[in-house]
Design a protein around this ligand. Sequence first.
Ligand SMILES: [Zn+2]
Ligand SMILES: [Zn+2]
Length: 352
Amino acid sequence: MLLKPSRWPIEIMRLRRVHQSYPYRQELEWCHFCRERHTPPEAAPVFRLPLDLGLRIVSFLPFSDRCALNASCRHLEKFVTNPVAARVRHTLREFGLDPGPFLESMQYHGAVIGGIAALRIFVEDVPMPRVLEVYTRQGHPDLGAPNQEEYDDDDPSADRGNGYRLVETAIFTYGKCQLLGYQHYGANVEKILRMRNSTLDREILFVQSRVPPIELIIEAPTTLLMNFITSNDAVCLYPDLTERRKGLLTLPIPDDRSSTLDVPVLDTLAGFRLYMFGNATQAVGRHRCPLHPSCPAVPRAYPDLLMYTVRFTDAGGYGSRLAESTWTLKVPSPCGSTERIEQRIGGPINWP
Ligand SMILES: [Zn+2]
Ligand SMILES: [Zn+2]
């Protein structure tokens, strides 16, 4: 016997809701915030809690429930958007950037922030990186004052804004891979500008892309790096896996697990107690393809409902939206025909 029947009535009494009579719609007060009539927010128990307690409770919810909260009512939205907005702003300030103008400039350039800084928005215990990766199609966002318009492009010591100086321009594959910590990084990166602020000991990489930035993000070696921050929202492309601290690898794993696999960024992620799998079934769990939302065989699109998106600001007047993208994740061992690789690797991969 698991439950003692004698305890039931007490539990049931506790759960029973206080009877409330709802007034007719026309008697309700007009809410200017969400432009409709409804009961005053104070009537909902969650709004009677102090805000930080509400935020704390919501932080324990899975991404799918936060999505639902976010979408259900504009008054509840703040429980989801406030923490994300605070983390994005905090990240930019750590890099000496003024969030407002920088986000607006990102919008103008159609740029997104990727890498560890974006992952950190969703997995809160990941530490602040030293390097901010900004993916852009053309040009790059302004770093802010004192941005000298007339700086000499050949003068490396020129302050390009907020104390950042250009220290390197990576054009060749080797240099690009070194900077990003990815082994295979492709033909789609035109060049990388490495800016350094020696006072803050921070770096910003402007990764100039030949394709829309989202298409670069989905070239990352694991789904754990498939997150980005736009001027308006923070997006996690594989929320169910990320929430469980798991990532699918998108790199081929050599049969003999030979040492040719040298992807420093994966070591970094493993150091944060995040787990990566080459095998889709191991990462996602047993499922029927392609019914599971994290199944790599599911054709994906941005924007789409399968991802976790938090709009944190309505900033900017340029109105430029990121280009839409569609893809199917390329994994070394897709679901279904995975037995051989499963036996060889077995369990989370420990990167040496
Ligand atoms: Zn309202
Ligand atoms: Zn599958």
